[in-house]
Write a protein that binds this ligand. Structure first.
Ligand code: COA
Length: 385
């Protein structure tokens, strides 16, 4: 609801519809269901490029030449290792805390140990982004293993980011998704789709923190906090809990209609910007279908279709990226609480691309509020006790 007072003519709750700055990183066009990273449609990037290409593109503005790609990958792979002290830090955190808490703490720890954390230049922010892109998969994969009672697997310098993550989480024994090219590809594509999405809540959080001229690790730590919420990144976990609650495709329609009738939100549907469908869904849905074909997952696909149909018929609300991503990660064998940390691994690229952009042309982000509390009064006028 809009309200007025003497300091503001209009309140836009949730900054809905407010344009707060320019960005050259990505463009969302809800009318045409399109999302471009540095001008390239995300659907084309998913088809033709690896997540490494996309990370390079988001940071540098252009896709890499073969030489640039080789150097980029060499540097990223050289940064994947984490010190024993960080492994110990992860081990010291409770097994039942949310893995996003581990991510947040790890980023803060890595920042505290980086003597160049305060370098706010474009190159400095990219270096930090690459450091986090290299190290976060190692942290997240180990966190899942330790909760399963398994030991640390050191990163491999011979694998892509996607394959290496699956390798560090599951090893390379028979049945590991790291050994299946289709699984690696589906996971890689999900990282591309999660990498960037203009001024979403976590990116905006990162930009707000950067705008105070704070350091990049602080901005990323704050962004992780914003991403954790179920209205944002946490939705991919909530989606899978819903699939498990539904349990059987035959119950899917009734489950959705019941929730809709009770006006309950169903995670994985709806979007602040897209009102006619999320442009990332077709690519992720295709990856989900391929994954299901390889993992005896027909049940999840049927459930997906029935829930989607029922939701559209009853409310007209369409799925967002989290809806196909949740079951895909589940079929790959990833434990549900790790779905959002995987989102972090991808989005750290977008966050740092935006932080570099914010730093390059900074204005402190400090909006106004419309006061609706007590009128001014004096402590001397209080009634006697
Ligand atoms: N399930 C059921 N109803 C939904 C819905 C959902 N997932 N998303 C939106 N709606 C309904 C709201 O209840 C509201 O109905 P009303 O006008 O009758 O009150 C209307 O659609 C507008 O929703 P609102 O939450 O105000 O829009 P928004 O632009 O602020 O919401 C989201 C965007 C993403 C927060 C919202 O769609 C949502 O909560 N989705 C579920 C969480 C999720 O999947 N997040 C990941 C986003 S990528």
């Amino acid at each position: 609801m809009n309200a007025t007072d003497s300091t503001a003519t209009e309140v836009r709750k949730g900054l809905n519809g407010v344009i707060v700055d320019y960005t050259a990183v990505s463009k969302v066009v809800p009318e045409t269901n399109s999302l471009t990273y540095r001008g390239y449609p995300v659907q084309e990037l998913v088809e033709h490029c690896t997540f490494e290409d996309v990370a390079y593109l988001l940071w540098n503005g252009e896709l890499p030449t073969p030489e640039q790609k080789e150097e980029f990958e060499r540097t990223e792979r050289s940064l994947r290792g984490i010190p024993q002290a960080l492994v110990d830090l992860v081990d010291g955190l409770p097994q039942d805390c949310h893995p996003m808490d581990v991510c947040r703490t790890a980023v803060s720890w890595i920042g505290a140990h980086d003597a160049q954390a305060g370098d706010r230049s474009v190159d400095g922010v990219r270096r930090i982004g690459l450091n986090l892109l290299a190290k976060l998969p190692t942290v997240v994969a180990y966190d899942m293993r330790r909760r399963r009672g398994l030991g640390f697997i050191a990163p491999s310098p011979d694998r892509s980011i996607a394959e290496n993550y699956l390798y560090m989480a599951f090893g390379d024994g028979e049945g590991s998704p790291a050994t299946r090219p289709d699984d690696v590809e589906a996971f890689d594509q999900s990282l591309t789709l999660y990498a960037e999405h203009s001024f979403n809540a976590s990116t905006f959080t990162g930009r707000v923190i950067a705008s105070t001229t704070s350091d990049t690790y602080s901005a990323v730590t704050g962004a992780i906090g914003a991403l954790k919420g179920p209205l944002h990144g946490g939705a991919n976990e909530a989606v899978m809990h819903n699939f498990l609650e539904v349990g059987d495709p035959d119950r899917a329609e009734a489950w959705v209609l019941d929730k809709a009738d009770r006006k309950e939100k169903i995670m994985g549907f709806g979007h602040r910007v897209y009102k006619r469908g999320d442009s990332r869904v077709p690519s992720m849905e295709a990856a989900m279908r391929r994954t299901a074909a390889n993992h005896d997952g027909a049940k999840w696909v049927e459930m997906y279709e029935k829930m989607q149909d029922a939701m559209e018929k009853r409310t007209g609300i369409l799925p967002n990226l989290d809806f196909p991503a949740g079951p895909t990660y589940y079929m790959l064998g990833i434990d549900i609480p790790f779905f959002t940390p995987i989102f972090v691994i991808a989005r750290v690229v977008g966050w740092t691309a935006h932080i570099a952009e914010q730093n390059a042309d900074n204005a402190l982000i400090r909006p106004l509020s419309a006061y609706n509390g007590e009128p001014q009064r004096s402590v001397n006028d209080r009634p006697a006790a």
